[in-house]
Design a protein around this ligand. Structure first.
Ligand code: PLP
Length: 386
């Protein structure tokens, strides 16, 4: 079966009611027929559910679909994207290990790496997203993992996954990719040698701004380590959120097709606008890594970024003049969203750190929704003129 079909048809076993749509298994624990069944489950001799911190049918359905979509061996779903990121660091890194990390990463991931990993004796080096030729020199004997996002947030740099996969293999280090921005429909890091792939399911995977969730997929033994860490420490995905997310994956393909189409339309129409000093979208020919983008991505995704000539003040004016687009701390929704990273998601970075990852004062990030493309464009155009 094609993976899109598996994302729709993978289903928890029907109950005696013969329901068509999977019901919610809102239960914290599961029963056993007898002492022997219970013993076998606790001894890991059966796949029976024990307790929803360990496993739950809704969580399993969502996870199995993500494993199919990413072409991975195994997966584990978590309460949020950050618990997937943190859980994978804590399960796979230990005292004395070194993490090589691409500098353009999600704000909270940056906080985890910079503020908390050193408390556990885990060191790190940041390398620039747009200068992969500098990465190899930063690998040390104790480097255990390379961590990256592509496209990056919010600068939309594209990192060559084939290059990253080959570098990780050459130095025998793990490659972990946050695939949140592209989704498995646009790009599959496992095909390029990623050992694990992490996601915030809160974004495009849900796609409707309703629930938090996360998931990590990848090589079986690595996922098992992450599972064992998480089942003991507790960032389990709630069955309700898993039920929502599993349903969401059934429409991910058609949603991403339209998000990408709308985003390309907006980017193409805004390119060269007199109020903008630059615009970025992976599938615009003017994107500095356009060739890599079309090599490894099936579509450009739903995020468009541009830089306003007027800097910080123009950025605030633009946000204040929007009539349709939402000002909210999320992305990957049916509703288009505008954000100003310098004053919000990346405000905790120092000015220098922001400059290093190209977050300029006038940078605006648009998460292009599913509204009619002309309504989205008109709102942006009138706000640029205001
Ligand atoms: C939002 C986001 C995260 C964190 O996910 P949460 O679900 O908010 O915890 C991680 N990586 C990227 C790229 C994100 O956009």
């Amino acid at each position: 079966m094609h993976r899109i079909t598996r994302a729709i048809r993978t289903q928890t076993e029907r109950t005696n009611e013969m329901e068509h749509s999977t019901p919610m298994f809102l239960t914290s624990s599961f029963c056993f027929d007898d002492a022997e069944d219970m013993r076998a489950a606790f001894a890991d001799e059966s796949d029976d559910n024990i307790y929803s911190r360990f496993s739950n049918p809704n969580v399993k359905e969502f996870t199995d679909k993500m494993v199919a979509l990413e072409g991975a061996e195994a997966g584990y779903a978590t309460a949020s994207g950050m618990s997937a990121v943190f859980g994978s660091f804590m399960a796979l890194l230990k005292k004395g290990d070194h993490l090589l990390c691409c500098s353009s990463i999600f704000g909270s991931t940056h906080t985890v790496i910079k503020k908390y990993l050193p408390n556990f004796g885990i060191g790190y080096t940041y390398v620039p997203a747009d200068k992969p030729e500098e990465w190899e020199a930063a690998i040390k004997p104790d480097t255990k993992m390379i961590y990256l996002e592509t496209p990056t947030n919010p600068g939309l740099d594209i990192i060559d996954l084939e290059f990253a996969g080959a570098l990780a293999k050459k130095h025998n280090v793990l490659l972990s990719v946050d695939n949140c921005f592209a989704t498995p429909l646009a790009q599959r890091p496992v095909d390029f040698g990623a050992d694990i792939v992490v996601h915030s399911a809160t974004k495009w995977l849900d796609g409707q701004g309703r629930v938090l969730g996360g998931v990590v997929v990848g090589k079986k033994e690595l996922i098992n380590d992450i599972y064992l860490f998480c089942r003991s420490t507790g960032p389990a995905l709630s069955p309700f959120n898993a039920w929502v997310l599993s349903k969401s994956l059934e429409t991910l393909d058609v949603r991403m097709e339209r998000h990408s189409k709308n985003a390309l339309f907006i980017a193409t129409k805004l390119e060269g606008h007199e109020k903008l000093s630059s615009i970025r979208y992976p599938f615009l020919k003017s994107h500095p890594q356009h060739e890599i983008a079309v090599k490894q991505m099936q579509s450009g995704g739903g995020i468009v970024c541009f830089e306003l000539k007027g800097g910080l003040e123009a950025g605030r004016n633009f946000l204040n003049s929007l009539k349709i687009l939402s000002l909210t701390a999320n992305l990957g929704d049916t509703r288009s969203i505008a954000s100003h990273p310098a004053s919000t998601t990346h405000a905790k970075l120092t000015e220098e750190e922001r400059q290093a990852v190209n977050i300029t004062p006038g940078l605006i990030r648009i998460s292009v929704g599913l509204e009619h493309q002309e309504d989205i464009l008109d709102d942006i155009l009138q706000a640029l003129e205001a």
